[in-house]
Design a protein. Structure first.
Length: 838
């Protein structure tokens, strides 16, 4: 059990301290006229301002206070006033020499890859491989601490309002200082938190915000990044306002329509009791207002009160994978007749059910969960993803036929769930710390409160391969305590945990849906023994493969892209899917993983490998061959995909293994026009041939009911001649955040991708955009991601271009010595800015 040694400690460690709760409600900037009244059209009682732009950043030092801006010199770690905590916390501190950065920001991605100083070359694994060889940790004090500074003005007119800072996620162990006062500390790298700064603000003047982030320790066994890698918001409200994450919409669907239970928590931070009215208005997916309701109560000073209402919608539009219809609940708060707040919460109406005998049901219809597990990093940006990249990744998975996503092993960025809601992708939402201590419960609570209105979320996962808990009575006690919290906060979703052995023991009977990591063949005996418990493959597969690689090279860290290689605890794609596809009682499975990720560089767990190779796609999102296996068996369009490439000079006459992933009845293979035989396709498997190599072309023709339906070809290419450049979208928003995902293909004179091309591509931009990262999917590449050039890997590389706030054409040119260059234009169109702190 390799996971025991490698991860046992980290996975069972529940270490960290809890902090206040933060919401992720979509907030309206101005309260529109409340339904059913013509008075009180007061503008904007709540402001939610993006605080991402215009920060300064500098590395600190984990051991030397002098190089850590004096932090710790005075031992004033909890100074309640003044700037004694650090020189950098003083408003007068000169940060003009610090780097100018915008959030989201991951400083680790910009650090070099550093091999272990004392690695044992004979050892099978290098412990530093887990985090992707980035110099973080106690050995690297000079690159493990990050300091962020920013100042912002608050008008005198804000006095009397409540002001807070909302952090969506900081990796990790951070201290937030405003005007010299510590206003929050947070050790979790994954849950949102907020800092109520009302009492510390300099009204009518400048405010100095400083965040110290300590990424010395990690929380997982994979790349986790470092820094303020999700959004930060400045939130201003009236003293009487809706509590963050305190608004919930639940629905029950029956013949009479949808019964909606609405509830919203309101807090009165004024000094006098308030007669509060909560006005609910439901907006249909087309934007029309379909129902209103209101409820009134007195809220005492300092009190938080829940406002509840039941409503029936006669003919609701259900949220489904094909048609992810989203409703909105506008909740207006009135205090003594004055509108003091409005929040808008997006929700969907759907039913879910896990049936131990028949699997998962969405809206009463069986849906096999065709899922992937994923970590949160992407090429070029590490863990600091602009919002669009979350959607880009979900789109790629959907194109493959996937309908489900597991957020391994932590609560995701809120934008990931927004994308799943919008695009139609089901989610297992997983907490990081399986514990019933204050920290574990705090993380779980914040995850559920934040995420419980997302229709995409169908399961809460309380843990992953917790070696000390999963098979023990202690674990069962912890699981019961966590389940109680889940049920109290959200009685509508079942819970699961990902177990890798000891099913039937420990936490297993506590779970509503028992998760199987690998060992998919053990679900059947479990099901026979425990027919009353629903089952799911929480981790399945997983084939390790290098994109475009068909000859293993241990020294370089490359493994073949046929569906043949897998670690001892895992299986091929065909092996697990063949089991799950045919057994209705298994709700589905989640492949480990959809995308390659940094760190945990299996199967070569040491230098020079820096990324995992479990992905069905590489770190850029370029499909590997198994992508087409899943596409063939997870969706209905005809698929014929041929591998490998057909450039094998020097191997003339030698047998080459040729595979085809297809969902048609049969496939016939041709070499230079000569048939190599017809293969009947057996469901959930591939077909293959051995073909003596001759330059030219192989072609696969796929037939259904005797008719040619689809084909695929691989041709022996000429040498690299030119660059082909494309973008996922021709038009992006000029809002300082949106990105275009660029792909470079190196092609020969006839436009065919040269399968081993490795030319170094330089990206040049003119117009209002910048390259924020590059990559190529090579699991052993040590080239920087923060650069404007990248070598192609097996013919491809990627760049991410971000718009500024200036509209106009962004022209990107890609050049390489000896190749004809390419250029494209991405239009940055005028776009509404989300309100931000200037
Ligand atoms: C699992 C674990 C994952 C990943 C995977 C690699 O045991 O839950 O996080 O490490 O193994 O195969």
């Amino acid at each position: 059990m390799m996971n025991f040694t490698r991860r046992g400690l980290l996975q069972s460690t529940a270490a960290i301290s809890a902090a206040g709760s933060l919401n992720r409600i979509v907030t309206a900037q101005a309260a529109a006229e409340p339904p059913g009244t013509s008075e009180h059209a007061a503008p904007g009682p709540r402001e939610t301002l993006l605080l991402d732009f215009g920060w300064r950043f500098h590395l600190g030092h984990a051991q030397d206070p002098a190089r850590d801006f004096g932090f710790g010199l005075s031992q004033k770690t909890y100074a309640k006033s003044g700037a004694g905590v650090s020189d950098a916390a003083a408003p007068t501190f000169d940060d003009s020499g610090w780097a100018k950065i915008d959030l989201p920001h991951d400083w680790a991605v910009a650090l070099p890859f550093v091999p272990s100083a004392n690695a044992d070359p004979k050892a099978e694994e290098d412990p530093r491989a887990e985090h992707g060889f980035k110099p973080l940790g106690r050995e690297y004090p000079e690159t493990s601490i990050g300091w962020y500074r920013r100042s912002f003005a608050v008008p005198a007119s804000d006095l009397g309002r409540r002001l807070s800072l909302a952090f969506d996620g900081v990796f990790r162990d951070c201290m937030v200082v405003l005007n010299g006062h510590i206003v929050a500390t947070q050790s979790s790298g994954y849950v949102p938190f907020d800092a109520d700064i009302t009492d510390f603000v300099n009204y009518g003047g400048t405010n100095t915000l400083v965040v110290r982030v300590d990424a010395t320790l990690g929380e997982g066994w994979y790349y986790e990044g470092a820094g303020i890698y999700r959004h930060v918001w400045l939130v201003k409200t009236d003293a009487v306002h809706a509590v963050r994450d305190g608004t919930v919409v639940r629905s029950a669907v029956n013949a009479g329509g949808a019964q909606l239970s609405l509830s919203s928590e309101v807090v009165n931070r004024s000094d006098t009791p308030k007669t509060c009215q909560m006005r609910f208005a439901i907006e249909a997916p087309n934007g029309s207002q379909v129902r209103t309701a209101s409820v009134t109560a007195i809220v005492a000073p300092g009190q938080t009160k829940m406002f509840e209402k039941q409503l029936t919608l006669a003919a609701p539009q259900l949220w489904s994978l094909e048609s992810p219809a989203l409703y909105a609940l506008a909740a207006d708060v009135l205090a003594d007749g004055r509108v003091t707040d409005r929040i808008t919460t997006t929700f969907g109406i759907r039913t879910i059910r896990f049936d131990p005998a028949l699997g998962f049901f969405l809206n009463g219809k069986p849906v096999k969960l065709k899922g992937t597990c994923n970590h949160q990093d992407h090429v070029g940006v590490g863990s600091a993803l602009p919002d669009r990249i979350h959607a880009f990744r979900i789109e790629k998975l959907k194109e493959m036929g996937s309908n489900a996503y597991r957020t391994a092993h932590n609560p995701p960025a809120p934008e990931l769930l927004d994308a799943c809601d919008r695009l139609g992708m089901l989610v297992i939402d997983e907490t990081r710390t399986m514990s019933s201590d204050a920290e574990g419960i705090g993380q779980l609570t914040r995850m559920i409160r934040r995420d419980r209105n997302h229709p995409s979320v169908i399961l809460w996962s309380i843990g992953n391969e917790e070696q000390a808990q999963q098979g023990t009575e202690l674990g069962a006690r912890i699981a019961r305590s966590m389940k109680q919290v889940c049920t109290a906060l959200d009685p509508t979703r079942p819970i699961t945990a990902a177990m890798d052995h000891e099913w039937g023991k420990g936490i297993s009977p506590v779970l509503d849906v028992v998760g199987f990591n690998y060992r998919t063949d053990q679900i059947e005996p479990f099901h026979r023994q425990f027919p009353q418990q629903a089952t799911i493959g929480t981790e399945t597969g997983s084939t390790v493969s290098t994109r475009g690689c068909y000859v293993r090279d241990d020294a370089k860290g490359y493994v073949v892209a046929y569906d043949t290689e897998f670690p001892s605890w895992a299986s091929t794609a065909e092996a697990w899917w063949s089991i799950v596809a045919d057994r209705p009682y298994i709700a589905g499975g989640f492949v480990w993983t959809g995308f390659d990720y940094r760190g945990e560089p299996t199967p070569f767990n040491k230098w020079p490998s820096v990324s995992s190779q479990f992905g069905i796609m590489d770190t850029c999102g370029f499909p590997k061959d198994n992508y087409y296996y899943y596409q063939a068996w997870w969706q209905d369009r005809p698929v014929v995909h041929l591998l490998p490439h057909w450039n094998w000079p020097g191997r003339e006459g030698q047998a080459i293994k040729v595979w085809c992933h297809s969902n048609l009845d049969s496939v016939e293979l041709f070499l230079n026009g000569q048939s190599q035989g017809v293969r009947k396709v057996v469901a959930n498997t591939h077909v293959e041939w051995e073909v003596p190599y001759r330059a030219g072309a192989i072609e696969a023709k796929g037939y259904r009911n005797g008719a040619l339906v689809a084909s695929d070809r691989r041709e022996t290419t000429g040498p690299a001649a030119s660059i082909r450049l494309s973008a996922d979208r021709q038009t992006i928003d000029a809002n300082g955040e949106d990105v275009a995902m660029l792909m470079v293909e190196i092609v020969d004179a006839q436009g065919r991708v040269v399968p081993d091309a490795a030319d170094s591509i330089v990206f040049r931009i003119t117009g209002p955009g910048v390259v924020i990262g590059v990559g190529n999917g090579d699991p052993s590449s040590h080239e920087p991601d923060k650069a404007s050039q990248r070598r192609a890997f097996n013919g491809l590389c990627a760049a991410i271009v971000q718009a500024s706030r200036q509209p106009g054409p962004i022209r990107i040119e890609a050049t390489a010595p000896g190749l004809a260059s390419a250029a494209i234009v991405v239009a940055a169109q005028p776009a509404a800015q989300r309100p931000y702190v200037a």
